[in-house]
Design a protein around this ligand. Sequence first.
Ligand code: SF4
Length: 447
Amino acid sequence: MANYSGKKYYIKTFGCQMNVYDSGRMASLLEAMGLAKASEPAAADVIIFNTCHIREKAAEKVFSDLGRAYLIKQERAEKGKDTIIGVTGCVVQAEDEEILKRAPYVDFALGPLRYFRLREVVQEIFDKREAKLLDTDFSAESKFDRLPENKAEGGCSYLAIQEGCNNFCTYCVVPYTRGIEMSRPVEDVLKEARRLAETGSVELNLLGQNVNSYHGEDASGRERNLAYLLNKVAEIDGIKRIRYTTSYPADVDDELIRCHKELDKLMPYLHLPIQSGSDAVLKKMNRRHTRDDYLRIVEKLKEANPDIGMSSDFIVGFPGETDDDFQQTIDVVNRVKYIQAFSFKYSRRPGTPAAVMDGQIEEKVKKERLQVLQDLLFSYQTQFNKNSIGKTMQVLFEGRGRHRGQLAGRTPYMQNLHAKADISLLNKIVDVRITDASTNSLSGEVV
Ligand code: SF4
């Protein structure tokens, strides 16, 4: 393999934690070729946009980013420097050939299941400038088998254990862009987890689009669930905190709930999207759970660990959502008292069943409902954060704070926290006494 030391790469990541994980793996592939990270696109020989298709007009935004990259490519060409522009992720899967048609200056486009080819593709383009490549194959071969070993970049690492989804919620593009569900074998996950621990991670966040449907095979070929995997990961020395995301309510089983009681390393925080509190809307969304199913799961989780904090995703203004449906969502929020949440107005995703459903809701109504919901969610979040004042929490410092001499980190409840702290505490878990709180962050003092 040729060495390209002296050359640089720049990756811009959009969207979910899975994309953050994928970008990290792409960076490792490029670094193995000798490339170094550039601080800005203009300094990079390889510019990659790792894209997300979840938001409205996602493709348009990518094309305008690509336009800016093209200007950089031209400016660099005037100075005699070549620039490779690549696009990866879900927009590639959704747009397919359209990418190279609309942006012919793009050198390669790889779907989310194909970026393991990055090394070979970049080398080919470096060596024969005219090479162009589009690969959106959905084949069963696992990209994970083709990637080099992952290593920690800090105290907290993401670890993909599952990819794709078979649920086909009517508003979601994931099953079309990430394909059907696949789970990595138990041993592969544990090997990566051990390596991340050895290279400095103390916290692992196990990732999957539908992470709790995990069903990877163990060494004997037996299928194992997420609860089994969590127990195994918890046995790894050096790993002190474990999280998993994103979960699907209908796949939360009693074994998984028991983990929240028995595994000290499992953080007392769970992101469990309900999307709507109305059974009629959930049905139209093709969710496999009712509002009562969801509330029962939350109750069981709170019985297993009374300190657990819940988080969720909400979509307001889904086609056909009435005022009464919306009130049922408000009622769920008042019952669960989420400590954090993500809420959005419904927006059409081309190619999904909900995009062509009758009863699309007026923008004005969606906006009003979102405001009401967010005011309520923020009030619970603020209340939870304020109740943290005076408590001592274990904080994992993950980076520098906004002000000199500060570090920023996260509590077990995923609250952002900043505190005056010596740089030697970076990537360590430290006791911090909470001194102040707002809706979005806490301040504290190292004790
Ligand atoms: S479970 Fe999640 S990823 Fe799967 S279709 Fe529904 S919203 Fe999309």
